[in-house]
Write a protein that binds this ligand. Structure first.
Ligand SMILES: [Zn+2]
Length: 302
């Protein structure tokens, strides 16, 4: 889905959100107006507001403003009896910056940018229920694991201002590699970036389908801001596919300065053996890569 289509889709959902907030507000006021006394004051208050809007002359404006503020006081004291205030009579928009219009000063508000990223990521990934750094059980984590957590958190905070664009998480099964990758994924989505999270098996299957002319979303792997390949080395090695597409992917993304994050049960030597020098040297590149081995003495602690 291209960006303008995505934006239109999100804008429509924002309009619906606004309408819903306004409808709920109207219903609430109608309910309050069951009280005859409140109803009277409210109607007078609303028409005074309208009159002020339409007033042309300064003198009229002043008189109307005075009327309005005394009506406002009356309304306020009635509302106070119900533990409410004047704010209770305005729609409850989610975003206080743009009132859910998605626009501030003629530019897209951060809230609509985030909504677009979430939508984009929902299209890229099967689910958005990724683990988050706050899910880390720091009380049972080893000091080494805590350091890894801090390092990755910092990397996410700094993104996209980063020098190291590859992260390789190594370690035995159950040391929390997938967990850490999920935390990075959700932190970046939260910042409004697109992250394509695939298991190596899924990557391999997409590459195979693309190779025989069947998959259409392979470009997501190339174009996502950040690509995550979980459990590299677990995929079957397909002739003319696995190595070729992996190289193309990592190389193309590296040329465009786009991060690729992997996790693997393989040690560096095994990575070199399984893939070839070209892939290995791009994955494990001193200037561009962070290599982390998780010790994870306590298995499945996160
Ligand atoms: Zn907003």
């Amino acid at each position: 889905m291209n960006n303008s289509k995505l934006l239109n889709e999100v804008k429509t959902s924002f309009q619906q959100k606004r309408l819903k907030a306004e409808q709920e507000c109207n219903e609430f006021i109608t309910e309050l107006c069951q009280d005859e006394n409140f109803h009277k004051v409210y109607v007078t208050y609303s028409s005074a507001q309208l009159k002020l809007l339409r007033a042309q002359f300064e003198n009229d404006k002043k008189t109307l403003q005075n009327d309005l503020s005394s009506l406002q006081n009356k309304l306020n004291s009635l509302l106070k009896q119900k533990n409410l205030n004047l704010n209770s009579l305005t729609p409850k928009y989610e975003c206080k910056l743009c009132n859910d219009t998605g626009i501030v000063d003629g530019k897209l508000c951060t809230c609509i940018k985030k909504a677009m990223a979430v939508r984009k990521n929902a299209l890229l990934n099967n689910n958005l229920g990724f683990k988050q750094f706050k899910d880390c059980k720091t009380d049972v984590m080893t000091d080494d694991d805590k350091k890894v957590c801090d390092l990755l958190t910092k990397w996410c905070n700094n993104y996209p201002e980063i020098n190291k664009i590859n992260i390789n998480l190594m370690g035995a099964p159950g040391t929390g590699k997938t967990f850490m990758l999920e935390c990075v994924t959700s932190a970046l989505i939260e910042k409004g970036y697109s992250v394509c999270f695939k298991t190596a098996f899924e990557f391999n299957e997409l590459a195979r389908l693309y190779h025989i002319g069947k998959a259409y979303d392979y470009s997501n792997l190339l174009n996502a801001d950040v690509l995550v390949i979980d459990d590299l080395g677990s995929e079957p090695m397909l002739k003319n596919v696995t190595k070729e597409y992996l190289y193309n992917l990592i190389n193309t993304r590296q040329i465009h300065g786009k991060p690729t994050l992997i996790s693997t049960n393989l040690a560096l030597n095994d990575l070199l053996d399984r893939y070839d020098e070209r892939i290995f040297s791009r994955l494990v590149n001193k200037a561009l890569s962070i290599n982390i081995t998780l010790s994870g003495k306590d298995k499945r602690i996160m």
